[in-house]
Design a protein around this ligand. Structure first.
Ligand code: HEC
Length: 138
């Protein structure tokens, strides 16, 4: 038994212990959520999220679109792409589903002639990976 003098110390260390556990649980939960989102996005598109992030940089999509946590993605010409996974319509015209997302990324000028998003020569494979990457942004 701790002496009465030490009791406040014991009480404080249990409070700190509980806080530390809560922080750990929160961290583990958000890690789990992130990997769950990645798995869902890859299953939907059959693309690879990590490769999609690389391709997003390669085609300089961030010159026109913001995306939190992606360096250089601070363009304001197009809409922000955070939350794009939760939007109903993309490019003002297409229902938001993986096939349409890939079509838009490869050929926005065909979907919406004259739109300010240019065709960037994105290959079908890259568009698949980029779609996977974007669908992690709920
Ligand atoms: C020169 C600027 C520019 C570049 C580069 C660009 N975009 Fe866009 N993007 C736009 C604009 C403008 C829109 C809105 C078009 C519209 O609604 O007609 C748009 C729309 C989109 C949308 C639909 C978003 C929504 O909510 O409707 C997606 C997804 C998208 N772009 C992805 C990409 C990807 C991926 C790349 C790189 C391969 C890219 N964009 C490169 C300008 C750009």
């Amino acid at each position: 038994m701790p002496s009465p003098r030490n009791r406040p110390l014991v009480a404080w260390s249990s409070v700190l212990g509980v806080i530390a556990l809560a922080i750990l649980a929160f961290y583990a939960d958000s890690r789990y959520e992130a990997s769950d989102l990645r798995a869902k996005a890859e299953a939907m598109t059959m693309g690879k999220v990590a490769a999609g992030q690389v391709a997003f940089g390669k085609y300089s999509c961030g010159a026109c679109h913001t995306l939190l946590g992606v360096s250089g993605a601070n363009g304001t010409v197009g809409p922000p792409l955070d939350g794009v996974a939760a939007r109903g319509i993309i490019g003002g015209r297409l229902a938001n589903n993986p096939a349409n997302m890939m079509q838009w990324i490869q050929d926005p000028q065909h979907v919406s002639p004259g739109t300010a998003m240019p065709n960037l020569g994105v290959t079908p494979e890259d568009s698949r990976d980029i779609a996977a990457f974007l669908y992690t942004r709920t």
